[in-house]
Design a protein around this ligand. Structure first.
Ligand SMILES: C[S@@+](CC[C@H](N)C(=O)[O-])C[C@H]1O[C@@H](n2cnc3c(N)ncnc32)[C@H](O)[C@@H]1O
Length: 396
């Protein structure tokens, strides 16, 4: 992760930048500094149209400046450019860094690198769609994209380095029918329109035998998959795990009017690295194909994530409960509170939404206006419920 380690400096000098330089949005300090691992300051920045947050930490007699995890851009060079700019503009004395821009690496294939927000009103260009969840090294995704140039292939991968690697491959191979989304597939699926996909591949998902709630396949996931698939579309699960196979069979069987096929050790057109390994170990490989039966109704997207009522005073916001607020189908946790330094205001660091795929956002409050930072949460029903709970705590 790009970072700079600088000689400790008077952070108040950043206020001039926040006041005069459009790159800097706010500076905030913790309301109750406590944990050693917590940042001592936050800096909201906007570089090349993308907003994110830099954290300043105290480390071994120096200050470490790095992006915070939930908001950090996928484009590593963008983070590096921001840190270089900050170091120059604030005349910081860099002791150590890893922000050299790599000119030999090709730039990320930006047109194929989609953000979750791009799916709020997606334009697939009239193409039919195939989706792959957790594509890992991308062998199957790239193979399918080359074999079916008329189909738009959407690969969803939660692991950022894998997403970056495959983006480079797309660029190198000159493919124009692949979109990559570096996100949790369970959430993205909720955003997709109904009846759009002809195939949804889940190949060799992590079995999570000890933490089954983290599995990709679940009843809600299968329900969403069936909604997103057009009639006769196929959800294809491949696994080498006997446990996962038995579990998926049970989940699939619970659906009404279900039609599925099971094959064992079926030779696929392309083998992933995992499959190669399992085959060498002589493991059984199961393929389950669940077929969508009927047309599904369209989902509602009428969610409003603005804060449109008068807010509590700043002191009351800084005293919001520290414990997570648990509801039956969502939660809200005001994890940390910060005071803005450059102006009257408060920054709340929150996690909220569904238990197994929470959102992590800041809420900035200034001039009696509250807003999510860097942008509103994903437009899912669970997030909408959590938004109402947040409102119940921050409105006067
Ligand atoms: C065992 S690997 C299999 C990769 C690939 N499908 C193959 O067959 O080689 C599972 C992949 O799923 C990804 N993954 C796990 N949970 C995910 C989720 N909720 N959303 C998207 N990707 C996920 C992991 O990061 C990992 O790359």
């Amino acid at each position: 992760m790009p970072h700079i380690k600088v000689t400790p400096f008077e952070t108040a000098k950043l206020d001039r930048l926040v006041a005069t330089d459009p790159l800097f949005d706010f500076r905030a300090v913790p309301h109750n500094p406590n944990r050693e691992t917590s940042p001592i300051e936050l800096l909201g920045v906007e570089m090349e149209g993308e907003r994110f947050v830099l954290e300043i930490h105290k480390r071994q007699g120096a200050y470490l400046i790095k992006p915070d995890k939930p908001t950090r851009p996928l484009d590593v060079n963008r983070i590096k450019r921001t840190l270089r700019y900050l170091a120059h503009a604030a005349e910081l004395n860099i002791e150590q860094d890893n922000i050299a821009l790599s000119s030999t690496k090709p730039p990320l294939a930006a047109t194929y690198n989609k953000r979750i927000e791009d799916f709020e009103s997606p334009d697939f260009g009239g193409r039919s769609i195939a989706i792959e969840v957790g594509f890992g090294s991308g062998r199957h995704l790239l193979y399918q994209a080359k074999a079916h140039p008329e189909v738009l292939h959407i690969g969803i991968e939660i692991h950022t380095p894998s997403a970056q690697q495959v983006l480079k491959q797309i660029q190198l191979q000159g493919l124009s029918n692949v979109w990559i989304v570096n996100y949790d597939a369970r959430l993205l699926l909720e955003m997709l329109p109904s009846n759009v996909a002809t195939a949804l591949y889940v190949h060799f998902p992590v079995p999570w035998d000890k933490k089954p709630h983290r599995r990709v396949i679940s009843e809600p996931f299968v329900a969403e998959a069936m909604r997103v698939l057009a009639p006769k579309g196929v959800l294809e699960l491949r696994t080498d795990s006997d446990h996962y196979y038995a579990y998926a069979l049970e989940v699939f069987s619970q659906r009404e009017r279900v039609q599925f096929e099971v094959t064992k050790n079926h030779e696929a057109a392309i083998r992933s690295k995992y499959e190669d390994r399992w085959q060498r170990q002589g493991k059984n490989i199961y393929t389950l194909r669940l077929i969508a039966e009927e047309e599904s109704p369209e989902i509602s997207r009428e969610y409003d994530f603005s804060f449109d009522r008068p807010l509590k005073p700043y002191d009351a916001l800084l005293a919001l409960p520290k414990e997570a607020i648990i509801r039956s189908d969502h939660f809200v946790h005001f994890e940390r509170r910060y005071r803005m330094v450059t102006e009257e205001g408060v920054v709340l660091k929150c996690s909220f939404g569904s238990f197994d795929r929470p959102e992590h956002k800041l809420i900035t409050v200034r001039e009696t206006q509250a807003a999510y930072y860097p942008q509103a949460p994903v437009r899912s029903m669970t997030n909408s419920r959590a938004h109402h709970t947040i409102g119940a705590f921050i409105y006067a």
